[in-house]
Design a protein around this ligand. Structure first.
Ligand code: ZN
Length: 83
């Protein structure tokens, strides 16, 4: 079952090859700056261009429906406090 956004669309759009971060995980991932990652595949708020294998397998399965055959290199950081 793929994750869908508030519009009922899947987060991965095969037409443009980009995938957005589901709200469930928004704010859990940061790269080099203070803006949370908002893209899973494509140009992100953090300034990077992300690829599928950068994310944990649960997110890959939820958004792409499969796991990348490349080695997963998640950059999730522990999240102790909020706000
Ligand atoms: Zn990012």
């Amino acid at each position: 079952m793929l994750a869908i956004d508030e519009n009922g669309d899947t987060h991965f759009n095969p037409k443009n090859g980009m995938a957005t971060m589901p709200a469930k995980w928004l704010g859990q991932f940061y790269n080099a700056c203070t803006d949370p990652c908002d893209m899973l595949l494509g140009p992100c708020a953090c300034g990077a261009w992300h690829h599928q294998e950068e994310w944990p397998v649960d997110i890959q399965l939820a958004v792409f429906g499969n796991i990348s055959d490349k080695k997963t290199i998640s950059h999730q950081r522990p999240r102790g406090e909020r706000g």
